[in-house]
Design a protein around this ligand. Sequence first.
Ligand code: NAG
Ligand code: NAG
Ligand code: NAG
Ligand code: NAG
Ligand code: NAG
Length: 457
Amino acid sequence: MEVGWSARQGVLLCLTVSLLLQGRANTTFTINCSGFHQDGVDPAAFQAIFNQKAFRPVTNYSIPTHVNISFTLSAILEVDAQLQLLTSFLWFNMIWANPFISWDPEECDNVNKLTVTTENLWLPDIFIVESMNVDQTPEGLSAYVTSDGRIAYSKPMRVTSICNLDIFYFPFDQQNCTLTFSSFLYTVDSMLLGMEKEVWEIKDTSQDVVRTQGEWEFLGISKATPRMVVGSSLFDQIMFYVAIRRKPNLYVINLLVPSGFLMAIDALSFYLPAESGNRAPFKITLLLGYNVFLLMMNKLLPSSGTPLISVYFALCLSLMVLSLLETVFITYLLHLATTQPPPMPGWLHSLLLHCTCPRKCCPTASHKGNKGLGLPPAQLPGLKEPVELVEKSPGPGEAEVAGGLGWTRAQREQEAQKQHRVELWVQFSHMMDTLLFRLYLLFLASSILTVIGLWST
Ligand SMILES: *[C@@H]1O[C@H](CO)[C@@H](O)[C@H](O)[C@H]1NC(C)=O
Ligand SMILES: *[C@@H]1O[C@H](CO)[C@@H](O)[C@H](O)[C@H]1NC(C)=O
Ligand SMILES: *[C@@H]1O[C@H](CO)[C@@H](O)[C@H](O)[C@H]1NC(C)=O
Ligand SMILES: *[C@@H]1O[C@H](CO)[C@@H](O)[C@H](O)[C@H]1NC(C)=O
Ligand SMILES: *[C@@H]1O[C@H](CO)[C@@H](O)[C@H](O)[C@H]1NC(C)=O
């Protein structure tokens, strides 16, 4: 490859040098423009240049051609997270010098610049390294040729370029895509790239011009100019970093807000009394609703990678499942407490006393003594039934009736003890419920804060 190339370059050099030597006279470098004003431009005047279009236009092949480039980003068409592709639309400009073209505008009816179809001109082979589609430049474009031999060429480009998309922060993500302009063939000995405009000018015109950006917001452009080494050849290149940011509104409204509502309802459903038996069906319905929501909204999520939002949804779902399990557990505990309460272990009893006492004023508790915990039921969510239970058990009327039916004193005591146990267990269940609810809230809050913290960085 290298050998072939240098051989070809040698042939080219010989050819051009012989051409140059033939026409060393001034006339080769200036165009006879006597015909510019009558019947348009005389093609014969340019014929010598057109004939040379196969070769890089330089007077000395040791001199590299300087090509100044710039572009305007006119549309961000698509960002494909699965294929990692950015499709954008550019207006690409190149300016370079052709030392063989020059004329005196004063002699030529004040014509300063002309358009020439690009088929007749040598063009630099600048391409975008990341581009994944073949050049779809429309045919028959023209370039401006000025009287001092500078050629300005612009073309529209639809570029599908590889971009390393990081969707972890979806939908609050920002992407940084690279567009590297380089020559396909010419190494640094033959072609050097420069900037036609400053980067901030490119950024400002792009921001003014950009027509459609879909769900993306164009943030800015920065550049770097490292040279590219391929084998032993060194290529000049200019890298532009295009920064874009997703507009998150659609996703906030369609994903985060409904999910937030469902989570809020799930948290509030802890206030449904555990004894009423409504809580578990309610939570199951919510869980179903959340699943349906996830199914419907799945197409809005990126189809590749694991964005934070998916983790967040999974977390919400598992919290819902956990809260349902908690409800099942509390319901079981209450059922156990009211039907056949086992004797409460001593440590649990003292723990219960310890946990409930400091919250309540201790005098009340000590006043009621061994009658129980002395905790007003209003302290815990949904403590209606136990109140009735507690009030019913030591009711003097019932005791009399029981006595009337011939219950022995021992039986009555046993019954009272059982009621006491029931009361203790119910108390314990409600304490567990409150505790687990607080844990749930703590976990929910910390996970939401973590996710928000990650998103806002
Ligand atoms: C080229 O032409 C200019 C006038 O147009 C003249 O002054 C100059 O000497 C010429 N140069 C050569 C190398 O012939
Ligand atoms: C330019 O071309 C015209 C004929 O088209 C010729 O008469 C004239 O001498 C030429 N001028 C020069 C400087 O060669
Ligand atoms: C071409 O340029 C190089 C360096 O710039 C110089 O050494 C060489 O003599 C030049 N060749 C011609 C034919 O002018
Ligand atoms: C390219 O840009 C450089 C520096 O901005 C400038 O000196 C040079 O004349 C430009 N070349 C062309 C062909 O416009
Ligand atoms: C894009 O990434 C490059 C390095 O890969 C960095 O130099 C540049 O500053 C980044 N641009 C933005 C806007 O983050």
